[in-house]
Design a protein around this ligand. Structure first.
Ligand code: GNR
Ligand code: NI
Length: 173
């Protein structure tokens, strides 16, 4: 397992539509494990492949509903939301690709997701609470969408402007 460097806003890979996984093979399993190690190193709850510069539809998560016996570690290829609740939940979100910023995001409170597990087997999961917010946040990454897109335009533009300026300073000194 390898910790891989994170793509940080405004990295273009974060705004691309990620490609579906054709076969869950050893390369994909290694990608999933590298993502888990990177996520833990950065103390995140989830990570999407574009965040380490790989434009593939793969996500991992280490988060669960408090009183659920479900596994805490999730490795998913081609995750898809197949149902979402009408009721919504508001949660403060952050993103490893947008360090230093947080914002309140409103999303469906519960979702049902189908995906391929690390063996390529079709699976389904139901999520609410933090896990629901997390899986929606990660699937958004696969579609080039970030939590700042749910904030007011003035807030979003401020964050993008500051992050773009910081990237220029890091590059040019
Ligand atoms: O670490 C993270 N915390 C978090 C909190 C609320 C909703 C979603 C998340 S995911 C985030 C890690 C990350 O950037 N994943 O893409
Ligand atoms: Ni994120």
């Amino acid at each position: 397992m390898t910790i891989r460097p994170l793509s940080i806003l405004p990295a273009p890979v974060l705004r691309k539509l990620a490609e579906p996984v054709i076969t869950v093979d050893d390369d994909i399993r290694q990608l999933m494990n590298d993502m888990l190690e990177t996520m833990r190193h950065e103390q995140g709850l989830g990570l999407a492949a574009p965040q380490i510069g790989v434009s593939l539809r793969v996500i991992v998560m280490d988060c669960s509903d408090e009183d659920d016996p479900e596994p805490m570690i999730w490795k998913m290829a081609n995750p898809e939301i197949i149902a979402a609740s009408d009721d919504t939940a508001r949660m403060e979100e952050g993103c490893l690709s947008i360090p230093g910023y947080r914002g309140e995001v409103t999303r469906p409170a519960a979702v049902e997701v189908k995906y391929l597990d690390e063996h390529g087997k079709q699976q389904q999961m139901q999520a609410d609470g933090l896990l629901a917010a997390c899986v929606q946040h990660e699937i958004d990454h696969l579609n080039g969408k970030l939590f700042i897109d749910y904030l007011s335009r003035i807030k979003r533009d401020m964050i993008i402007r500051k992050m773009t300026k910081d990237a220029r300073i890091d590059r040019d000194g």
